[in-house]
Design a protein around this ligand. Sequence first.
Ligand code: ADP
Length: 216
Amino acid sequence: MRKQFVVIGLGRFGTSVAKTLSTLGHDVLALDKNEHAVQVIMQDVTQAIQADAREEETLRALGVRNFDVAIVAIGDDLEANILITLMLKEMGIPYVVAKAQSVQHGKVLEKIGADKIVYPEQDMGIRLANNLIRTNVMDFIELSLDYSIFEIIAPPQFVNKTLGKINLRAVYKLNVVAIKKSADQIVIAPGANAVIEEKDILVIVCNKKALSKLPD
Ligand code: ADP
């Protein structure tokens, strides 16, 4: 379903969010107080406007209250970031995502009603560190402080063996929730008889520490 997004603040993060949403086929209104930032993104989004988003009248005139999702991607100006997040929630936008600079800033955003708080620099740092440490981890989703869903390339030692034989749950304390055979072939909730083949990607849920016990 085509959704309407408003992205406020077109720095590196905001620009990348706005362009990606647009590529995925959604309506994107991109807003920045800096004319140059607006010019740069003009061709890539539905509408790009130069305006100071702290001005409530401007947001109203642009019909921002009718959007499904707002992303506050202003980094350095903490006051503007907080004020705009608050205004967007008061206008009744169902889902407001705000970029936080620090944990304290994140707490304030949470208190004023932001639906999702993102820490792009920290998140990217964690992601990169994980990828560097384990070369076979392709991607992961953090579920809690301790648990994550990982996509890993099947270790060679597992190839041509069944899940039952490898006994991942007992030996490594991890659960295989899916095996990706190719881009369009995926075995969901594989049973003990499922055989792991070369180049399979295993989608597993486990404690982060358990992952380090897996062979490379
Ligand atoms: P990044 O770290 O992702 O590059 P920045 O903090 O450098 O993000 O960029 C934030 C952007 O937000 C800048 O382009 C700036 O012009 C814009 N911005 C800051 N305050 C406002 C505001 N009140 N209204 C609209 N845009 C703003």
